[in-house]
Design a protein around this ligand. Sequence first.
Ligand code: PLP
Length: 411
Amino acid sequence: MSVLAEAEVDLAAVAANLDTVAGVAGTELMAVVKADGFGHGAVPVARAALAAGATWLGVTSTGEALALRAAGFAGPVLSWLHRPDDDFGRLISADVDLGVSTVPHLHAIVEAASRSGRPATVQLKADTGLSRNGANRVDWPDLVGWARKYEVEGSVRVRGIWSHLAGADTLDGRGVGRQVAAFEEARRIARTAGLRPDLAHLANSAAALAAPATRYDLCRIGLALYGVDPFGAPGGGAYRLRAAMTLRSTVLNVKRVPAGTGVSYGPDRVTERPTTLALLPLGYADGLPRAAEGRAEVWLGGTRRPIVGRIAMDQCVVDAGDLPVAIGDPVVVFGPAPGTCLTGGGCVVRPGCAAGTAGGGCVAGPGCAAGETDAGWPTVAEWAAWARTSPHEILTGIGARVARRYRPVGR
Ligand SMILES: *Cc1c(COP(=O)(O)O)cnc(C)c1O
């Protein structure tokens, strides 16, 4: 590998995760591939998710939506963050469904539709408690009133009504029940205005898995698709999701140093005892959060070793202790938790646990000792905890110079 670091994306895991969510939710699924597929690559993820049965793709912006069309995806795409002066003509021509939250946006879309001579397909977004995008209770009647007027005139088609949950990450806090009630009211108001949309959707990953009342016709799946447990489990969690991304690198330099040796930036970072330091060519520009200093670990030499000193822009230093480490040794920054199934039903390959040794369950097959679960590769969820952030931020923060490599379905 001539690149300094590589994010291997297991597309079979994406497919399996989609299958898992579909089995639980029992609805159609939208694969949310915004932010370049949460850093995994929007196009390969979209392809894997659609092949596995997803019927919709979801993105936030014009550029993302048009890139999916350019890549050849002809099926339903919803995009939901637009300026009122966005290039709606191109989006309408590309047959992209537009999430609409305000009347000025709707007016602009209708204008573009009239110019292009074909109706725009819109999905009206209600704010049911998140107070971000979406029309709230005050503005919603006006939005649906205009939408109905334009629908009658033939300039728009209202395909859906939707909203997003505030307690999306945890399903606690601000009350999923209250948001479902607010969503129901928004649907009633739309119906009274004369709208008969085909679709209602509210659920993200966490809600699709655990809040049946939010499921409606379609669930929008982000985090779970990428194999991160939306409830915060360090590994695949109760639904046995499979992490899609493994971030790998190699040791670039090794040195044996005495106690009291300064490590990385800062006068206060010194070694406590004689130790071996291994240089890792990954820094915060590559997505290793500086805030994880003092807690972060990587997999090196068959075990977990701490990163010591500051994480710099391009590199960081691993304290290898007395491990016999050499230049070129592989490092895993994060990947699937031990016991996660890989293609072919094997365990994650790690010392003491050969591939293929465990059966379908994969937790502790022959060669996989119980308890190893706590000592394997770090996971995205752990990195998020170390940096006091969310797994979404870790995944979308993996930098552009980290090469993406795809492991196709069936291998
Ligand atoms: C990002 C996003 C999702 C996906 O959420 P996850 O919690 O990652 O499943 C769903 N809906 C909307 C509106 C989003 O912006």
